[in-house]
Design a protein around this ligand. Structure first.
Ligand code: PEP
Length: 252
């Protein structure tokens, strides 16, 4: 049984005061909820990660939005933060290969795979993002694109425990547009099959595959009820505790 994961990606948002207030508000919700059948995760920007990890956060997982690609945890890599440093702050997860990193920073599948490996070796759970652009979908290539991204981005050391896949159609991120339920079902089934071919059925059947792209309280229940959808990666709606919690609550 795959435990659903509700994950918030704050992106480059929040200063100290509003970021800590948001993190505290989510942590209070998880503490009040007590034992939950789902996992709830927030991924603040690197500037706030240590501060957020230091807050009391029973029942709430914390992750980074990225880790360094560098082959070592320490050294001459100005501006980078290694997976070991992220783990040392108290984080549990790291997002890698978000489409904004792939697009704005030219991160290739090979880079994403290295980052995922670094995260896993440091004891973090890697959330590996994949997803097609609008043009690729219009050309009928969505399934090919995600298959190629899985082959190229998922490391051989990935297991159901240390790795999560997030399917995020690029055209759905921050746009208010979402694929149809049938399209989500088709892509997630294809992802599960691709993971089976790559890692074997035992690992693939246990690995969580999240949907991401304009998830909000009004569509969460429907999207998260689709076969092979094991949670959500949420951008915009994770910045408002009412919205983020409403999405989590839809799974309680
Ligand atoms: C994201 O950035 O991962 C994301 C899914 O954003 P949004 O929910 O705002 O579409």
């Amino acid at each position: 049984m795959r435990q659903k994961l509700i994950a918030g990606n704050w992106k480059m948002n929040c200063l100290k005061a509003d970021g800590l207030a948001l993190a505290k508000a989510v942590a209070e919700k998880t503490a009040t909820a007590g034992d939950m059948p789902i996992e709830v995760l927030i991924c603040p920007p690197m500037s706030l990660l240590g501060l957020v990890c230091d807050l009391p956060h029973a029942g709430l997982k914390i992750g980074s939005e990225d880790v360094a690609e560098a082959p070592k945890s320490f050294g001459a890599f100005t501006g980078d933060v290694s997976a070991e440093m992220v783990k040392d702050l108290g984080a549990d997860y790291a997002i890698v290969g978000h489409s904004e990193r792939r697009t704005l920073h030219g991160e290739t599948d090979a880079v994403v795979k290295t980052k995922a490996e670094n995260a896993i070796k440091a004891g973090l759970r890697a959330i590996i993002c994949i997803g097609e652009t609008e043009a690729e979908r219009d050309e009928g290539r969505a399934l090919d694109v995600v298959a190629t991204q899985i082959k190229g981005s998922v490391p051989a050391i990935a297991t159901a425990e240390n790795c999560v896949i997030a399917y995020e159609p690029v055209w759905a991120i921050g746009t208010g547009k979402t694929p149809t339920v049938a399209d989500v079902a088709e892509v997630h089934a294809a992802i599960r099959q691709e993971l089976t071919d790559l890692l074997g059925a035992d690992i693939a059947n246990g690995m969580r595959v999240l949907y991401g792209g304009s998830v909000k309280p009004s569509n969460a229940k429907e999207l998260l009820a689709v076969d092979n959808v094991d949670g959500a990666l949420i951008g915009g709606a994770s910045l408002k505790v009412e919205d983020f919690w409403a999405i989590a609550e839809s799974q309680l």
